[in-house]
Design a protein around this ligand. Structure first.
Ligand SMILES: C[S@@+](CC[C@H](N)C(=O)[O-])C[C@H]1O[C@@H](n2cnc3c(N)ncnc32)[C@H](O)[C@@H]1O
Length: 387
């Protein structure tokens, strides 16, 4: 991780908004949790991130704040070096490397969630949830080069294997996402997918609430599927079959086709395994009959007006609700009326690190907004009322 140690220096020499070359240093905040720590909000080209400063004895360690570190990390090297030059710091030790060419990322079909947030989906788009060995999605991508495919998995070796196959087969239409599929659909625009495949999901017989096919998933699947778009579920589990059947039967505006033991043109690894064991395979084909309204407006994107009371009393506080929580990890004071709030918040299965800039009675997200999930809309509203 890029860092330097410098001799202690006078932090009040720093002016918010200072620039050095193409690096811009916006806000410097002192931690109210530990007066030896500070953070500095930095902008370099299209990257925005924090540097952390930690005083130890007569020295100061300067490094990046880890929850939002850019990758590749060349901007961090540049920001630390520029800050040190701008402030005339006395370097004691450093591992900075300012050769940019060594930091250029290899183009990869492995994308992070922000790629799909910003991506304007167009044409035919198909998603496979929990692709495992990848046999099915690789086959589909190969046979339909004009369709965009998105494969979602959380098992790292399966992801590595699929990425290797994308390279070997020279596929240009398959993106891989390492993410919990239960939250993926919520961030997509309405009517944007043609097909969602869920083949042999983990049955979770002892913890049915962890299943992919849940009421919230079906609601979001119908919203993101275009009119006549299809959700295809294949399962060998009697329990999964029963609970999915109940869920699909109760849901209006869909057509359900259920077939037993049909084979499709590619056999996934799990399908082969169950066929050898002569298990029944249930195939649901759910057609969406609803043209959904556009996704609700996500209020989080705007700068909001708040009361602007001092947030200091919230330091270390945790708010626990049934579906979400907020923890005020640290508060950094910039001046008498501005603060940076470092928060961990979200659903219990998908918490995020969030930074809020509270400036008088204005509040905004720094670096990036939380994902557009229902719980985050609730959290956003709660924070605005609280602050
Ligand atoms: C039983 S395997 C089936 C794999 C493949 N579809 C097949 O038919 O061979 C289930 C897969 O779903 C993945 N999975 C489970 N929960 C997931 C989640 N919440 N998000 C994404 N993938 C998930 C697992 O890592 C596993 O690879």
């Amino acid at each position: 991780m890029p860092h330097i140690y410098v001799k202690d220096f006078n932090k009040s020499d720093f002016k918010n908004g200072a620039e050095f070359g193409d690096v811009r240093f916006h806000h410097f905040g002192k931690s109210l949790k530990s007066d030896k720590n500070s953070i500095l909000f930095v902008e370099f080209r299209d990257k925005r991130f924090f540097l952390e400063l930690k005083e130890r004895d007569e020295r100061v360690l300067i490094k990046s704040e880890k929850s939002n570190r850019p990758s590749p990390n060349y901007p961090v090297h540049r920001a630390i070096d520029s800050f040190s030059q701008m402030m005339n710091l006395h370097t004691l030790s450093s591992n900075l490397n300012l050769k940019e060419s060594q930091h250029i990322a290899k183009d990869s079909y492995l994308k992070d969630i922000d790629f799909f947030r910003d991506m304007k989906l167009s044409g035919r788009v198909e998603v496979e949830i929990g692709f495992g060995s990848g046999r099915h999605i690789l086959h589909r991508a190969e046979e339909s080069p004009d369709t965009t495919f998105i494969g979602i998995e959380i098992h790292k070796p399966s992801i590595e294997q699929a990425l290797k196959q994308i390279e070997i087969r020279r596929l240009k239409n398959l993106y891989i996402l390492d993410f919990d599929a239960r939250h993926f659909l919520e961030i997509l625009p309405s009517n944007s997918l043609s097909t969602i495949y869920v083949h042999f999901p983990v049955p979770w017989d002892k913890k049915p609430h962890r299943r992919i096919i849940q009421p919230i998933f079906l609601k979001e699947a119908k919203r993101v599927l275009e009119l006549n778009g299809v959700l295809e579920l294949r399962t060998d589990s009697e329990n999964y079959f029963q609970s999915a059947l109940q869920l699909f039967t109760d849901e209006p505006l869909l057509k359900m086709e259920l077939l037993k033991n049909i084979s499709i043109d590619v056999q996934s690894k799990y399908e082969s395994r169950w066929l050898k064991m002569e298990k029944n395979i249930y195939n649901f084909r759910i057609t969406n009959l609803e043209d959904s309204a556009e996704k609700r407006d996500f209020y989080i994107s705007t700068i909001s007006e708040v009361k602007g009371d001092s947030p200091v009393k919230l330091l270390g506080e945790t708010i626990l609700k049934e579906n979400w929580f907020i923890n005020f990890k640290d508060i950094y004071q910039i001046d008498n009326s501005s603060y940076i709030l470092s928060i961990v918040a979200g659903s219990y299965s998908y918490p995020e690190n969030i930074f809020l800039l509270l400036n008088g009675n204005k509040i905004e997200y720094l670096i990036k907004k939380p994902l557009e999930l229902e719980v985050n809309v609730e959290i956003d509203k709660y924070l605005r009322e609280l602050l």
